[in-house]
Design a protein. Structure first.
Length: 179
């Protein structure tokens, strides 16, 4: 088994520091925002669910296009990435249950879960920016849960925009470290 530092470096190299996943997630949140305005909150939820399901497969496509190195079978941290996905299912179930009562609160709750999940990525990729990303998404979700009407936009737009900004930062940092 490889040590934790080597495991983190290997995951960071293979997944470009996680930037493609954050980028695709941001696009999913923005697609949900468009769906919310065009067709309503239920279709926004469906768009976010489908977009979320596509994050890992599309990340693998990007990884192949960039010819990233593969992860060794003895990388124990690789399982943490999968294990950190299961709380998302709980968040989706909670959001779906809240959707009939308050779409704003449902999506805010899901944003809180997503934000909390990003903290594990700081360990996966040895990248402290994930603490900032997790905190930002968590606070955005909390703000919208407490005061959904404070801004004239949906939480989906704010979360998606934040993720796109952080994806650019993560990719820039990964690219600089890889050079």
């Amino acid at each position: 088994m490889i040590d934790i530092g080597q495991a983190q470096d290997e995951l960071r190299a293979a997944y470009q520091g996680g930037a493609p996943g954050v980028f695709i997630s941001g696009l999913a949140w923005l697609a949900a925002d468009v769906a919310w305005y065009v067709a309503g909150s239920f279709y926004a939820f469906i768009a976010l669910f489908i977009g979320g399901a596509l994050i890992f497969p599309l990340t693998l496509v990007i990884e192949r296009l960039l010819r990233a190195p593969r992860i060794s079978k003895d990388n124990g941290l690789h399982k943490l990435g999968l294990e950190a996905t299961f709380p998302l299912f709980a968040g989706l179930l909670i959001a779906f249950g809240l959707l009939p009562w308050s779409a704003n609160f449902a999506f805010a709750a899901l944003a809180i879960v997503v934000g909390a999940r990003y903290f594990a990525f700081a360990t996966l990729y040895r990248e402290r920016v994930y603490w900032l990303l997790g905190s930002a998404i968590f606070l955005i979700g909390t703000g919208f849960a407490v005061q959904a009407d404070a801004l004239p936009v949906h939480v989906t737009l704010v979360v998606g925009s934040a993720e796109l900004l952080f994806a650019a930062l993560l990719f820039t940092r990964w690219n600089a470290a890889a050079a």
